[in-house]
Design a protein around this ligand. Structure first.
Ligand code: SF4
Ligand code: SF4
Length: 729
């Protein structure tokens, strides 16, 4: 004020010089204040703009108290609901390993008014599936109640190819909304510990002394001297009682009557039973008894209907008693009780949410008049904790991990996948037996490939991808969380199975049997061969060099992923899996053309994509070098030198001209093993069969006696020994 008055003459005398002069500190602070005000207004405007979708009539936001950061939404003075960001409350890792951040609004009835996506890093959304589908999916939660059980596929439509993402999104919205709604009192807290149960079966006959001794009855003994001391330093100090300081001001006892050991012993069976009958669900009775110069009831309740000298409390809840909550105890039915002048029962009503297992206290208010209208209060608390034997306590409900819910929901898929993997394990373990019986193996293999395409691929959308490898490596380098991998049970089980089979037999078990796109190529090529479509094979020298391409693609993707995982995921479109499997060919024409083109090529050159391009196959081949077993058999001295039957028949040309199998390229189709055992096609086996037949003929000429020597059956001259694979050498 003085400052502006001081400046006024200067501006009149020399307005220009005043304008040119630096602003005074007052002006600066005024400008700063204005800027801050404008800043806060614009920030609030942005926030209000963000919530228009959920609260069109909102005029302002305010902070709310609580553990979970949320903002209250108002229209003028009226409270409309609450808004919050889910990252602050329930950041659940999604498919990318990072949470999906949402702006969620709830009204005062606990209904969702808004679910706006603020940010996410879901790879499936970065490619292929339009963002709008996820936005529409989030909107579908409105106006469901926060307590509803929303399930993808039941009351919410799933997004094909983004199952994990939408499951996490729903859980993120509902879990955070429930937490805010519970904290703001819109719903009962689903995670609150249930109140302890009074054990009605626990009763021990006891006298007064025993109950005081074991804590069933608690005591508050106050002398006049203690009360005078409590008023010391207040205006009421001068009005101290003239009674002897050590004489009893009040000798008060309190107990929790619902517990039979307290109620039955004090009141007797009849009164206790009547009292319990009168109590409604959630109501509790406490007994307050006293003697001395001070009455805990006073006479105020007669006029006002409220007991103004006592107040119970538990936690932050204060419990006052009305005359309707009060009963007198006519006579105590317990031995050894002192001569108590006041004996009363007070009922705690259900609204207080009283928990008998938690400590509580009875506040005794002592009032002392200091003038005609003035009074001073002091409060003394009698604390009560129920003896442990009288109650049964419950564990607080635990929020079930999301992946557990998902696994339970997918029981059917998990069982069918488990059966499929069991069959495949049996095929691998008994591959020798099956290779001798191609009539069983061939339909079994075709049936399994159909299962892989339809059930694993199109139905369960469980096509493994190089993106999984990149995400896994990145999560190992960052914040690894099992939950983000467990969230998709099919993928988790498949990857676990593949990890084991990689160590046992190499990549071929996955590539030859479990890859849906690989199985599609396989089936197409089988059909093409039946239709006598001409087949083209790349000369082995070139073929061998082209193998390197897929490793280069893999390394390229990994290098890009070090810079940006999102970008690497885009480039991982070199895999046609999303188009052909995850999105079941419902995609833009460019992607369709690519996937269908690769499938068409496979009709002429079996699994051309797998041989030269697939980064997943390359990624699996690297750890597969640690494999433990090499069960694919070869005839030393025959396979490759000179026989080339298997090498020519191998669908992926994984057999070198010298007869060795390249386990990095083998798809474990077992075709070469069928040939290996075929004594009509495999030269050493043909030789062996002929020798056997000759020996049989000789034996029949010798009079029907079996003279065929044991070592002849082993074909000693045929050298039926296993030859090492390329890797072994
Ligand atoms: S190489 Fe690739 S596409 Fe082929 S079967 Fe293996 S993972 Fe599938
Ligand atoms: S034919 Fe033999 S080497 Fe070739 S993919 Fe099948 S199992 Fe492997």
């Amino acid at each position: 004020m003085t400052s502006s008055q001081d400046e006024l003459p200067a501006s009149k005398d020399c307005p220009m010089s005043k304008r040119r002069s630096l602003p005074s500190s007052h002006t600066l602070s005024w400008l700063l204040g204005l800027l801050l005000l404008l800043g806060s207004l614009s920030a609030q405007a942005i926030e209000l703009e963000q919530i228009r979708a959920g609260f069109p009539e909102a005029t302002r936001l305010s902070e709310v108290e609580g553990e979970h950061p949320a903002r209250a939404v108002h229209a003028g003075d009226a409270l409309l609901g609450y808004v919050f960001e889910t990252d602050d409350i329930a950041p659940i890792p999604a498919y990318s390993g990072k949470p999906i951040n949402m702006l969620v609004g709830i009204d005062l009835e606990g209904r969702l008014t808004q679910a706006t996506i603020l940010g996410h890093e879901e790879p499936i959304m970065l490619v292929g599936i339009p963002e709008q589908r996820l936005i529409d999916y989030a909107d579908a939660h409105i106006p469901h109640h926060v307590s509803e059980r929303l399930r993808v596929g039941e009351n919410l439509d799933a997004i094909s190819g983004a199952t994990v993402t939408v499951i996490v999104l729903t859980e993120t919205i509902m879990r955070s909304a429930r937490r805010v709604a519970a904290e703001q009192g819109l719903i009962d807290d689903p995670l609150a510990t249930p109140p302890a149960r009074v054990r009605q079966e626990v009763f021990e006959p006891a006298d007064w002394e025993t109950l005081v001794g074991d804590g069933t009855i608690r005591r508050l003994h106050l002398t006049h001297g203690q009360v005078n001391e409590a008023f010391a330093g207040t205006p009421a100090e001068a009005y101290a009682s003239s009674a002897a300081p050590e004489s009893a001001f009040i000798d008060l006892y309190l107990t929790y009557l619902n517990a039979p050991s307290a109620g039955r012993n004090l009141l007797g069976d009849v009164v206790y039973d009547q009292l319990m009958e009168r109590l409604d669900e959630g109501e509790h009775a406490i007994g307050v008894m006293a003697r001395g110069d001070y009455s805990f009831k006073g006479s105020g309740y007669v006029r006002g209907g409220i007991f103004d000298r006592i107040e119970a409390g538990q936690g932050n809840t204060a419990i006052t008693f009305h005359d309707s909550d009060h009963r007198r105890i006519v006579r105590l039915g317990i031995e050894g009780a002192p001569a108590l002048t006041e004996r009363d029962i007070f009922i705690i009503r259900e609204e207080a949410q009283f928990d008998p297992g938690e400590p509580w206290e009875l506040g005794l208010l002592v009032r002392r008049a200091t003038g005609a209208l003035d009074t001073e209060f002091v409060r003394f608390n009698a604390h009560y904790s129920i003896p442990e034997a009288y109650v049964e306590r419950f564990e607080p409900p635990v929020e079930e991990a999301l992946w557990v819910q998902v696994w339970r929901d997918r029981t059917f898929q998990i069982v069918i996948l488990g059966l499929g993997l069991t069959v495949l394990t049996a095929i691998m373990l008994f591959q020798d037996v099956l290779a001798r019986h191609p009539r069983i193996l061939e339909p079994l293999r075709i049936g399994f490939l159909v299962y892989t395409v339809t059930f694993i691929g199109w139905y369960s959308l469980a096509q493994l991808s190089v993106v999984n490898i990149l995400t896994f490596v990145h999560s190992l380098m960052g914040n690894f969380s099992w939950e983000s991998f467990l969230i998709d049970p099919m993928m988790f089980i498949l990857w676990s199975f593949v990890a084991v089979t990689l160590l046992l037999w190499g990549r071929g078990v996955f590539c030859g049997w479990l890859c849906p796109f690989g199985a599609m190529q396989d089936l197409i090529n089988k059909a093409a061969r039946r239709l006598r479509v001409p087949q083209f094979e790349v000369p082995f020298a070139l073929h061998e060099r082209l193998w390197a391409i897929k490793y280069i693609v893999l390394l390229g993707l990994f290098a890009v992923s070090l810079h940006s995982l999102g970008q690497a995921e885009r480039y991982a479109e070199v895999e046609p899996f999303k188009t052909a499997v995850t999105m079941r060919f419902q995609r833009e024409w460019a992607f369709l053309l690519y996937a269908l083109g690769l499938l068409a090529v496979s009709a002429f050159t079996h699994k051309a994509y797998c041989r030269y391009l697939c980064p997943l196959g390359a990624g699996l081949a690297i750890p597969a070098r640690l494999r433990l077993f090499d069960w694919l058999k070869r005839h030393r001295g025959s396979c490759g030198t000179p026989c080339q039957i298997c090498a020519n028949e191998c669908e992926v040309a994984a057999i070198h001209p010298d007869g060795r199998i390249n386990a990095n390229e083998c798809h474990y189709c077992l075709d070469c093993q069928v040939t290996y055992h075929d004594d009509r096609r495999c030269p050493p086996m043909v030789k062996r069969r002929k020798r056997f037949e000759k020996a049989t003929r000789a034996s029949s000429k010798a009079g029907g006696v079996d003279i065929f020597p044991a070592d002849a059956a082993q074909g000693s001259g045929a050298k039926l020994q296993r030859i090492p694979t390329l890797q072994e050498e």
